[in-house]
Design a protein around this ligand. Structure first.
Ligand code: 8DG
Ligand code: MG
Length: 316
């Protein structure tokens, strides 16, 4: 395949709506919906290409916020590398400068549009928050675990993994039932631990989070019934990330990024390695291991969707 085609893509959001555009018939992949943007010119950086493309296509001036996701996709005739950025602010009202259809679409309705086939991870990334909290205590006490969930939700966390490694079978299921109800009332997406343990609770939850071991044993993405479920996976290296991507996992958590008190013996990846691994993977990836709220902004510039933590969200 020819050279890699670098493309800058901008996500403009107002309230619950994002700006989508429809590719002109006659262009590469004409008729599909996409996000505004276009190819890098010469030695432009992503923010430079984005500023120029959005001026040309929408007639607006922009201030980029941070990189949301970077991904690679092979079309039959070309490989594209999409550099997707969130836009912090824009000046003047976006209008169609090239005859393309523009629409402010509610994020909840994006599945109703036929997007370019490369865009699936972008849609996941837009829907995901930038903080992922784990309920994870060695404790076997469901009360303690439930209070951990309440505390995470109290911190504004809207995506939670119910790991509860000390509980199995009916005990885990009973806790999961309680947590699913609480999360539904509070607008929180709850990911459960294991299909075997969750049974009838699973359709009520937002999805599943697989351990690295479960991931590597899975020959395909677990099929979940119900509207728009997520399957996430824990990864520690490029092989696991690659497998997650191949079997259609929606997003990953990569760890340990920094040394942690909970896994003192384990050697940390460090940000440089984290960044390189994320660059080789086209899924949204959360950074886990020693994460504190103040790491969030930096993590995004290292390619992360955001940060995941067990205790870090409660640091003083
Ligand atoms: N703008 C944009 N391009 C995308 C998205 N997803 C995706 O696969 N692409 C691909 C399609 C195209 O092959 C490539 C963008 O190239 P393009 O032809 O639109 O580039 P451009 O805006 O500079 O257009 P032109 O100057 O060639 O007319 O990236 C997306 O969401 N937005
Ligand atoms: Mg374009």
């Amino acid at each position: 395949m020819g050279i890699d085609l670098h493309v800058a893509v901008g996500i403009l959001q107002q309230g619950d709506e994002v700006l989508i555009t429809r590719r002109l018939r006659g262009s590469h992949m004409g008729g599909y919906w996409e996000f505004p943007g276009g190819k890098f010119d010469g030695s432009e950086t992503a923010p430079e290409a984005l500023a120029r493309e959005l001026r040309e296509e929408l007639g607006i001036g922009i201030e980029p916020a941070f990189p949301l996701i970077r991904l690679k996709y092979d079309y039959p005739d070309r490989r594209v590398i999409l550099h997707v950025w969130r836009i912090a602010r824009f000046i003047s009202t976006p209008r169609s400068c090239e005859g393309q259809t523009l629409r402010w679409a509610p994020i909840a309705d994006l599945d109703n549009y036929t997007f370019l086939p490369a865009n699936k991870p972008i849609l996941t990334s837009i829907r995901l928050p930038d903080r992922y909290g784990f309920v994870d205590d060695e404790s076997r006490d469901p009360e303690i675990l439930f209070r951990q969930l309440q505390a995470l939700v109290g911190q504004g966390i809207r995506l939670v993994r119910l790991r509860a490694s000390g509980l199995t079978g009916a005990d885990y299921r009973a806790l999961a039932e309680r947590c699913v109800d609480y999360c539904a009332e509070n607008g929180v997406a709850l990911l459960l631990a294991d299909v075997a343990d969750t049974g009838s609770v699973l359709p009520e939850a937002a999805g599943l989070h697989l351990t690295a071991r479960q991931l590597m044993m899975a020959g395909k993405r677990p099929l979940l019934t119900g509207a728009q479920k997520w399957v996430a996976a824990s990864c520690h290296n490029g092989m696991e990330l690659g497998h997650a991507e191949r079997i259609g996992i929606d997003f990953a958590v990569l760890s340990p990024v920094l040394p942690t008190a909970t896994h003192p013996g384990m050697s940390a990846l460090g940000w440089e390695r984290f960044s390189a691994l994320v660059e080789g993977c086209s899924l949204p990836v959360f950074a886990l291991g020693g994460m504190m709220p103040e790491n969030l902004h930096f993590a995004k510039f290292q390619g992360a969707q955001g940060i995941a933590a067990i205790r870090g969200f409660f640091a003083q």
